[in-house]
Design a protein around this ligand. Sequence first.
Ligand code: ATP
Ligand code: MG
Length: 440
Amino acid sequence: MIKKFIRRVLGLDSGAPRRVPRSDHGVSRTRLTPATLKVCDALRDAGFAAYVVGGAVRDLLLGITPKDFDVATDARPEQIKPLFSRAFIIGRRFRLVHVMLGQETIEVSTFRAADAASAEKDQHGRVLRDNVFGSIEEDAKRRDFTVNALYYDPATEEVIDFHGGLGDLKKRLMRVIGDPETRYREDPVRMLRAVRLAAKLGLAIEADTRAPIRGLAPLIDTVPAARVFDEMLKLLLSGHASACLRQLRAEGLHKGVLPLLDVILDQPLGERFVTLALAQTDERVRAERSVSPAFLFAALLWHEVLAEWKARLARDEPPIPALEQAMDTVLDAQCEKLAITRKLTATMREVWAMQPRFEQRSGPRPYRLLAAERFRMSYDFLALRAASGEVPEELEAWWRSFQAADHETRSEMLLAESTGPKKRRRRRRKQGAAAGAPGA
Ligand code: ATP
Ligand code: MG
């Protein structure tokens, strides 16, 4: 009674939590990975509370296999670490523990409070520091969406629901905890998360949660570029990239993350190319095949590079330096907003720079290209260009056959290329390049 009163006075309460038994929600503890169970059991044996929390609980309730398991506890990092032989305290702003058991890494974090009143914020309301331990109620309240604030107790197989997440899951709704505008101001990335998670889970964004997004979209600019990039990567590799980008556009959020997307999608060829690239990526992710972020960003920005390259060729710049310059210009413009890592841009450049080399199908050059380190990725990129109608299908087909052919057939293919109108071809290619080789 007194406890409840104090909680209410402190404004921590949004109603008593609901403890929902397994008979009602259906998730058995056997659905957790062995490492997750071990971590929770070890914490409990040491006298601490331990719950699976966040995305994993939400996904299990929806019948989706979770990517990873997070555990929340009332133990402090320095109390957690000694319980496991391979555990590391990580994070500077907020310390948490990575427990490694076999192949798995379980992220264990101490209940955290979001003391909205005292947290340090910027002029837009963005929280700069919130590094306070708290109770489980406080921990639930600082989470972003009701469906992300569910706690699963492996000891009792109960789900603890502080904010009506179970009901929202049933209604298939993403709903912000608390006042949506305030929560987006505290952390604008939550707007991107709303879109990404709704697309991934097939949930609708609840009306009040959705309403402020368009108006607040420009706040994405205030978020450090590296964080926007991480979120963008998650979005693109979610297996629902097409749906996500469509939704981002619908909400006016894409300007902050991919400023040139509108320009690209306005050209029919660009739109086909990007749409194909995203559809292909989603297919690969869903088939659990690997996807290269470099390939994906190279695809997203290709038509931008292409436009810049063509403009330079039209000014009579020599093709190869013109392409180099075009790549620089586009990457410089993008990296301001989107901190694409250096490793990634290096690969993107390689893939782009290889594209004109596919036009050369005589002499020793095709062999050199075939042996190049990024050949496979560059060929896949060429295939995408062909499928979108940017270069002739015949060019892609030739390279497909060339790769598969034995030595003899390869040289025959080359001969066919270089006999007869060899010189003319060469000249034509050169002229073609000067007039805009990029499939002009
Ligand atoms: P995913 O399936 O992509 O992993 P997730 O919801 O698990 O989705 P994580 O980034 O792994 O996303 O975050 C784990 C949990 O931490 C979330 O479920 C949510 O409770 C909380 N969380 C993450 N980001 C935020 C944020 N920006 N604001 C508030 N809570 C957050
Ligand atoms: Mg997660």
